[in-house]
Design a protein around this ligand. Structure first.
Ligand SMILES: Cc1cc2nc3c(=O)[nH]c(=O)nc-3n(C[C@H](O)[C@H](O)[C@H](O)COP(=O)(O)OP(=O)(O)OC[C@H]3O[C@@H](n4cnc5c(N)ncnc54)[C@H](O)[C@@H]3O)c2cc1C
Length: 415
């Protein structure tokens, strides 16, 4: 039974909101409504590269070990969609962190293999081992080796999001598209509805799952979280004959992530990420949907030669698709999943830390269990909204300063 009787409204139909709605239905919620400011698939999710792995056990990330159960849930969730016959362009080839120098290889191997929750089968590779695993895509002379994490998977994010939306529609969930929420109606500190640009929708429970727009919703109820919205860029090359058995790849020295997609390279990295606020100061116009920043596209085009040092085929290839989105970082590198302090019936899923494809299923399940008063499958404490005092971060500069150690901070020229 839900903690509160009455309709439950999820604001945002990206992978995170769709997952929350699906898990609410699966937990027995009868009256679930999803509203979205745009059309289906118009937000950040389809820009996602589709890496899903146990990133909490990868010392490159600041996600924290508390996120590992969510990652394991995400891996199992997508695997079961795939095994039930849904076409996700799913691959289960593992995840490889490349090192270009012996020093970096030692650092990676110590950090990943030394992690107390390292997955079985995780192993260090030399340059020839990398070349063999990458099935011809990497020049072995350009790398010292890597660390291979076998559990990682890859999928096409828009296909996963679409499948969730289809399942919700089949379950009788009501959608309101092109309906921006503008606030929450409250009576005596208790949620009674969602205010939108076309009237108020009755609801006794509301979940903010609006990605890059969560801050605006929180401000509508006089709350704030330290959240850092960034624009990130993904390119898809023309077909390159890559093997579909290639693992997903990350390379810290190149600030790169890269994978095979229909034989082509799908790639990007923090070299072509920038603060949304900085781009807006430079004239970027962005309300809902996905941004188009020609500045960042230029940065990525000119960076391609660096990536081609390791992936030689890329030097000759043109780009057939560019797509940008707005992941949102947190000051401690974690995720927000929980009650919005001070209100009955208000919940938030925020601060995806550029990992919402990986965590979306688990974030949705966890918030559904909390709302439905079920025993949570993972400890919710690390995700509480009140774990960080927003007053300690009065402006974006103070939030960005907290990211100094984050793997993306330097390449995105945040400091
Ligand atoms: C280039 C790139 C690569 C990435 N690669 C990966 C990866 O490999 N693995 C991984 O795990 N993650 C990755 N990510 C991150 C991942 O894509 C995001 O974390 C995830 O898509 C966020 O999902 P979401 O549901 O929060 O956001 P969205 O998909 O943006 O959904 C939010 C929805 O809320 C709606 N909305 C906003 N405001 C309102 C309002 N006021 N009222 C109603 N609706 C509203 C929007 O219209 C939108 O549809 C990547 C991101 C990018 C950009």
């Amino acid at each position: 039974m839900p903690q509160r009787q009455g309709p439950i409204c999820v604001i945002g139909a990206g992978i995170i909101g769709a997952s929350a709605a699906l898990h609410l239905v699966e937990s027995g919620a009868r009256d679930v409504i999803v509203i979205d400011a745009g059309e289906p698939l118009s937000g950040t999710t389809p820009a996602g590269a589709g890496f899903v792995a146990r990133f909490g056990a990868d010392h490159n990330r600041r996600l924290g070990a508390g996120t590992i159960p969510l990652q394991e849930y995400g891996l199992a969730f997508y695997q079961s969609l795939h095994e039930s016959g849904v076409d996700l362009e799913y691959g289960s080839n593992g995840n490889l962190v490349l090192a270009r120098t012996p020093t970096m290889l030692d650092t990676l191997a110590d950090g990943i293999l030394g992690h107390p929750q390292v997955a079985a089968g995780t192993r260090r590779l030399d340059a020839d081992g990398v070349a063999a695993l990458m099935l011809g895509a990497v020049d072995p002379a350009s790398v010292a080796g890597g660390v291979y994490m076998p559990e990682g998977i890859q999928l096409t994010t828009a296909l996963a999001q679409q499948e969730l939306l289809t399942r919700l529609a089949d379950a009788g969930v009501h959608f309101h598209w092109n309906t921006p929420a503008t606030g929450v109606r409250m009576v005596d500190g208790s949620v009674t509805g969602v205010e939108t640009n076309s009237g108020t929708i009755d609801a006794s429970t509301v979940v903010f799952a609006a990605g890059a727009w969560n801050q605006a919703l929180l401000e509508s109820v006089d709350r704030r979280l330290p959240l850092i919205a960034m624009v990130a860029t993904r390119f898809v090359s023309e077909p390159a004959g890559l093997s579909p058995l290639m693992p997903t790849v990350q390379c810290l020295e190149l600030h790169l992530w890269l994978r095979e997609l229909r034989g082509a390279f799908s790639w990007g990295g923090s070299f072509a990420y920038r603060l949304l606020s900085a781009l807006e100061d430079d004239g970027l116009e962005f309300e809902y949907g996905r941004p188009v920043s020609p500045t960042l596209l230029e940065v990525q085009y000119s960076y391609q030669k660096n990536v081609a040092e390791v992936f030689p085929a890329l030097s000759e290839l043109s780009t057939v698709e560019t797509i940008q989105g707005v992941p949102v970082y947190t000051v401690d590198g974690g995720l927000y999943i929980g009650a919005v302090p001070g209100f009955e019936g208000l919940w938030a899923l925020a601060g995806d830390s550029e990992s919402g494809i990986t965590h979306g299923p688990g974030m949705g399940k966890l918030v559904a269990q909390l709302i439905m008063d079920e025993t949570p499958f993972a400890d919710p404490a690390p995700f509480r909204l009140d774990r960080v005092d927003p007053a300690a971060y009065p402006d974006e500069a103070s939030m960005v300063a907290s990211m100094a150690e984050d793997r993306i901070a330097k390449a995105a020229q945040l400091n």
